[in-house]
Design a protein around this ligand. Structure first.
Ligand SMILES: [Zn+2]
Ligand SMILES: [Zn+2]
Length: 329
């Protein structure tokens, strides 16, 4: 019988369907097979002319930036004021070119290089935060699917609004704190260390786990043991630690899942000056906990999942964790 599991942060139910279970190693989607062999000219192999930031030979280029008048929120004048809201012309998108060499998977970069990439993210966050029109920033990576996926790069995106998914997470963590006076992620770390069975890797300062209610095959969360709401502040002194656990997890996924495509996102608290003023995120420093969510792209979302909002995961999280835990790197 399928088992319903609830995500403790946002309350989302996931169906762990043992009937649909397949053996690890037998779940690679053919969409992942197409990408690797095409070797057309690579834009990112060319040193960029006007990087907005460099650290060693890591280069950051900006592909979108807000204009001077951007960020005004208006209602579309349709007689129903407030129904359709628009924010014009705002947002920053930067690409972090992680190496001048044509290496595609971050898993293949040395730990020292990954540490410098993490330091680059922090530097970009600190600068972007100065722009008061932007309230939220994300760092993410798509490996293996997009047109630039052949050359290791990641993205920093800053926006005037938070996505629904981020808002759900922030509100869920806030609600958990109201009910328990504790951070849900700190509780989750404690529980996972006690249970052990969903841990992929544990290091001194980080934990990589398959979440209890995983939505996707081999979805992995990398959570710092030290509580902090903000990535850019919480990471201080742990840049090397994040680089190390990243390297291990990415190599396990590469070796164990046939070099699958994946994406990851660093989930951090918003730049919250405006909201703090209104009291919306009053407890955010204690209730939210930055972390990384990594999703291998092994299956397409089925119509049922899109329409119903229920995710079906074909392998129990404990089995996925065991498989990756045992995978050589
Ligand atoms: Zn290249
Ligand atoms: Zn915490």
């Amino acid at each position: 019988m399928p088992e319903f599991r609830q995500d403790p942060v946002i309350g989302r139910w996931v169906i762990i369907s043992v009937e649909r279970a397949r053996r690890p190693g037998n779940f690679i989607d053919p969409i992942n097979r197409r990408r690797r062999d095409d070797d057309q000219a690579c834009d990112l192999c060319v040193k960029p002319e006007n990087p907005v930031y460099t650290l060693g030979d890591i280069c950051v280029v900006r592909s979108r930036q807000p204009s001077a008048t951007s960020g005004q929120q208006t209602s579309i004048p349709d007689g129903q004021n407030g129904l359709y809201e628009v924010i014009k012309d705002v947002g920053i998108h930067e690409t972090v070119i992680e190496t001048p060499d044509h290496v595609s998977n971050m898993a293949d970069l040395p730990v020292g290089r990954i540490r410098e990439i993490v330091q680059t993210y922090v530097a970009r966050f600190n600068e972007i935060e100065q722009n008061t029109r932007l309230t939220h920033a994300l760092i993410y990576k798509n490996y293996g699917l997009s047109q630039f996926a052949h050359h290791a790069c990641s993205h920093v995106m800053a926006m005037p609004v938070a996505s629904l998914e981020i808002s759900e997470k922030l509100s869920g963590a806030q609600k958990y704190f109201r009910d328990h006076r504790r951070c849900v992620y700190c509780d989750l770390i404690e529980r996972e260390i006690k249970d052990k069975k969903r841990i992929v890797v544990e290091t001194d300062d980080f934990l990589a786990v398959i979440p209890f209610a995983a939505r996707f095959l081999f979805e992995t969360w990398v959570i710092p043991k030290k509580h902090h709401a903000d990535f850019a502040q919480g990471i201080r002194g742990h840049e090397e630690g994040l680089a190390r656990i990243f390297k291990i997890v990415l190599q396990k996924i590469k070796n164990g899942l046939d070099d699958t495509a994946y994406n990851w996102v660093i989930q951090t608290a918003p730049f919250r000056r405006q909201d703090v003023a209104r009291g919306k995120w009053r407890t955010i420093d204690v209730d939210y906990h930055w972390h990384v969510e990594l999703i291998p792209r092994l299956t397409r979302m089925a119509g049922f999942e899109k329409g119903s909002g229920f995710y079906i995961c074909a392998i129990p999280p404990e089995e996925m964790a065991e498989y990756l835990r045992d995978k050589e790197i």
